[in-house]
Design a protein around this ligand. Structure first.
Ligand code: ADP
Length: 354
């Protein structure tokens, strides 16, 4: 028969998938009870119903049966008490060298790339493109987050069908997950009234955005997409200055004065030493549902020409598609794709650091 000590030792092999410490060290193993072959393990999660609890349970079961294949592990999940959380946080703090004033989330997040999505004006499909990029990269297995910094338009939570209020975990605010597994943070998720934030003033917004970067426990991400406020003036600039952005994707439409947008964006990017990844032209064409012919109803866009002039990539065109509007309205934009979207996603992916 195994002992509780042996089980505890085995559980030291189980790592919390986000915090990267073993669950015994983190104080997550509340209790181990052994009754003949049955091994009951109670795990206290840092956040109730943490989306990774299935992984942790499977790892615990594997660790127990690793001791003896005949053992029957039974894993029960519960949530940490405030005292347990405090103990864990102070332990993590002790083991880190960063100054105490920096949030634990800020210290522990590992975000490889931050891509800001920008446009010259509202309504060109910037949020839509940001969500499509996130969904496409996620489908390729990347760990993806979206920081919604655009409070003016229909918000990214709506496109992804997320309306959960984010909870406060011991390490920081826990971003809710979309059905496809995209982590999402938006002012809109924190407000009672959906359009309340529209009256916020610039400094309040930039403070909130800064907090979304510093105090949200994003964990490990391959890419964080930032849906910037529309325009290339102060609001977008402040957000860009608040975060260590790796590159910018510009979204235009054929109706835009693309030259001006791209010129301003390029100047801003240069000032901040952030490269422009490329330009996406949205609403470029519509396919006639009857004859299947492609119509450039707004005339020919100039995005490709601009990309060339500014020495950046033309990432491709996206068509106006009622199916995309329908899925966006239903909160199911992750279900949308077509070869044009895939091409844009592939090009953006190629620019990400491995
Ligand atoms: P922005 O973020 O630039 O303000 P949105 O992404 O919110 O723009 O898009 C504005 C509106 O246009 C939304 O209703 C969206 O569903 C719709 N839309 C955007 N791109 C397309 C497209 N390619 N096909 C159909 N509808 C689109």
């Amino acid at each position: 028969m195994v002992s509780v000590e042996q089980v505890m030792q085995a559980l030291e092999q189980v790592m919390d998938p986000e915090i990267h410490r073993n669950i015994v060290e983190l104080g997550m193993v509340r209790e181990v009870k052994i009754k003949e072959q049955a091994v009951q393990v109670t795990i206290a999660l840092t956040v109730p119903n943490c989306p990774l609890q299935g992984t942790i349970a499977a790892d615990v079961e594997r660790a127990v049966t690793g001791l003896d294949a005949g053992l029957k592990p039974q894993v029960t999940m519960t949530a940490m008490t405030p005292q347990e959380k405090e103990r864990m946080v102070s332990k993590l703090r002790q083991s880190r060298k960063e100054p105490a004033h920096q949030s634990l989330a800020g210290q522990m997040n590992k975000v490889k790339s931050i891509i800001a999505v920008m446009s010259g004006k509202g309504g060109v499909g910037k949020s839509t493109t940001a969500a499509l990029l996130a969904a496409g990269l996620r489908k390729q297995g990347l760990r993806v987050g979206i920081l919604d910094a655009d409070i003016t338009g229909p918000s990214v939570p709506k496109l992804l069908g997320v309306n959960e209020v984010p909870v406060m975990g011991p390490l920081g605010i826990v971003p809710p997950l979309s059905s496809g597994g995209i982590k999402l943070m938006s002012i809109n998720l924190l407000l009672q009234e959906q359009d309340e934030a529209v009256i916020w003033r610039g400094p309040l917004i930039s403070g909130a955005i800064q907090q979304f970067w510093n105090d949200v426990f994003w964990g490990d991400l391959d890419v964080l997409l930032v849906d910037l406020p529309p325009g290339t003036s102060d609001a977008a600039l402040t957000v860009m200055q608040s975060l260590p952005v790796s590159g910018v994707v510009i979204v235009t439409s054929p109706q835009d004065l693309a030259d001006m947008v791209v010129r301003k964006a390029a100047r801003m990017a240069e000032q901040l030493h952030v490269p422009i990844i490329g330009i996406v032209e949205n609403m470029s064409y519509v396919i006639c549902p009857h004859c299947g012919e492609r119509h450039e109803i707004f005339g020919k866009g100039r995005a490709e020409e601009m990309a060339l002039a500014f020495n950046t990539q033309f990432l491709g065109q996206l068509g106006l598609d009622s199916e995309l509007t329908r899925l966006s309205d239903a909160g199911e934009i992750e279900a949308y794709s077509n070869p044009d979207v895939e091409r844009v996603v592939a090009q953006v992916r190629d620019t990400l650091t491995a």
